[in-house]
Design a protein around this ligand. Structure first.
Ligand code: SF4
Ligand code: SF4
Length: 250
């Protein structure tokens, strides 16, 4: 019976699958944080001495905290979900707080920056399962192409995909903000169309993006590229990062 959420990572930690990192994800020495957790609820009693919590191997590393664009990792092992780009772009309905829009950069659905920069993911294996393979048309898609999706196109493209959770209206809102942060004035026609439309949340986001684009100064262009640079995540070097990956990895 589905009565409430299960904090899978707590149980995964107790089962020895890994430790909970400073980015709040479960981390496994061989797989990093790129793994799925599944849960089967049973009535078995487990003696505390049978628990096998994995050792914390983050060490002195703070790469995830340093890289988070919105400051959502407010302290080691602590996230303020209301600041997280994944929450903002997937779960949040209505307007995204203005102070978080620039740090969002061009993320239109979710964010993995705090995992991208984690040294434990540098050599994480890539799954050969075709169900998990990246869909070519969705790798760094053009914003204008996403903006042009209608309801039927959205449903067709994202059938059985978590992107549906954002709904087309949420995706458009995110795209409008990304267009503003792109500093590409080629998006102005689309943004003006949205700014005059009936969707109040989208119209406001588009107006914000138009104002952002109109700044049009080279200084902003540099900042926009800087934000994107964080997302690219240049995979970290374990030694520089300060975590104990190098000494614990087999
Ligand atoms: S997913 Fe992105 S926004 Fe959220 S905590 Fe990680 S780096 Fe920060
Ligand atoms: S190893 Fe570093 S980047 Fe990875 S979760 Fe721990 S502190 Fe964050």
């Amino acid at each position: 019976m589905d009565t409430g959420p299960v904090v899978e990572r707590r149980h995964a930690r107790d089962a020895g699958i890994g430790w909970i990192g400073k980015n709040t994800c479960i981390l496994n020495q061989k797989m990093g944080s790129w793994l799925f957790l599944g849960v089967i609820l049973a009535g078995l009693e487990v003696e505390p001495e049978r628990l096998l919590p994995a050792a914390d191997r983050c060490g002195s590393c703070t790469r995830c905290i340093d890289a988070c664009p919105t400051g959502a990792l407010v302290a080691p092992y602590r996230m303020d979900a209301s600041l997280c780009i994944s929450y903002l772009t997937i779960e949040k309905r209505g307007a995204i707080p203005e102070e978080l829009r620039r740090p969002m950069g061009r993320q239109v659905f979710g964010c993995d920056i705090c995992q991208d920069v984690c040294p434990w993911n540098r050599r994480a294996p890539v799954s050969g399962d075709s169900e998990l393979a990246a869909r070519g048309e969705l790798v760094n898609p053009a914003l204008e192409w996403l903006a042009g999706l209608d309801s039927a196109g959205f449903r067709r493209l994202f059938r059985n995909s978590p992107v549906q959770r954002a709904k087309l209206s949420g995706l458009r809102r995110n795209v409008a903000i990304a267009m503003g942060n792109s500093m590409d004035v080629g998006h102005l026609t689309r943004l003006r169309e949205w700014a005059a439309g009936a969707d109040a949340v989208l119209a406001e986001a588009a107006q914000w993006a138009i104002a952002r684009l109109s700044e049009g100064k080279s200084q902003d262009k540099i900042q926009g590229q800087s934000i994107q640079g964080q997302g690219g995540g240049g995979h970290a070097d374990a030694g520089q990062a300060g975590c104990d990956r190098s000494v614990n990895r087999p």
